[in-house]
Ligand binder design. Sequence first.
Ligand SMILES: NC(=O)c1ccc[n+]([C@@H]2O[C@H](COP(=O)([O-])OP(=O)(O)OC[C@H]3O[C@@H](n4cnc5c(N)ncnc54)[C@H](OP(=O)(O)O)[C@@H]3O)[C@@H](O)[C@H]2O)c1
Length: 233
Amino acid sequence: MFIGTKLWNNNHRPERVRPAFEASLKRLQLEYADLYAAHTPFAFKPGDEQDPRDENGKVIYDEAITLLDTWKAMESLVETGRCKAIGLSDVSLAQLQEIFSAARVKPAVVQVESHPYLPQWELLDFCKQHGIVMQAFAPLGHAIEPKLLEDPVITNIAKRVNQTPAQVLLAWALQRGTALLTTSKTPSRIRENFEVATLPETAMKEISEGIKTEYRFNPVTQTGIPGFIPRGR
Ligand SMILES: NC(=O)c1ccc[n+]([C@@H]2O[C@H](COP(=O)([O-])OP(=O)(O)OC[C@H]3O[C@@H](n4cnc5c(N)ncnc54)[C@H](OP(=O)(O)O)[C@@H]3O)[C@@H](O)[C@H]2O)c1
């Protein structure tokens, strides 16, 4: 088992990082974590409120610190031995580069939304160049509109290679060199998602070059507030 957990936005102040991490370990009943990642690059108002809002319902951000300040506090967790690696989530390439160039402990993992509608090729290239694992979340497009699982490029390849559209999308993610985070509450789909077969290079190319739709399903990178926006099924 590889266990990772995350630092939430209200705990970005350096002095809050260690207590937040220790509280996570306690809840998980663990002596150490394999990975601790900053959930988003956004610092919210420090305090125990996870979703601090002003009287107009707007998120209250903490302008007094930077992601690098938070990162430095995360680095010291690795030095305690209670955390084997640290990572980032929902960052842009520019944000990753800034942290990477200043970091003593380099990010081990970067978790971002990624699928054929949001391939993030430049980010992936940077990660590969520097030995960072890019972990793709929503590799199936979260199964909401616009439905990646029903994209004709994907469904045609699925028929040709005798796999399901989900298996084609997962194979594409793995073969291009990302780790992935998919989820299902359906036992048959969970099994299906483990039975992924290698795609021919022609199919990889068709997906990478033939799909022109560009779509981000999760607006967390703009606001720090997580959640998919369903657009009807
Ligand atoms: N870093 C972040 O900000 C962030 C944000 C969002 C998510 N995440 C992480 O990423 C994980 C995965 O994201 P996601 O849920 O969007 O993943 P996803 O794999 O793109 O979508 C999951 C959806 O696809 C359906 N599905 C799964 N396997 C399928 C199959 N074989 N055929 C057809 N449909 C299938 C599931 O339906 P059923 O469950 O009904 O089977 C579920 O509705 C989350 O659990 C979370 O841990 C991270």
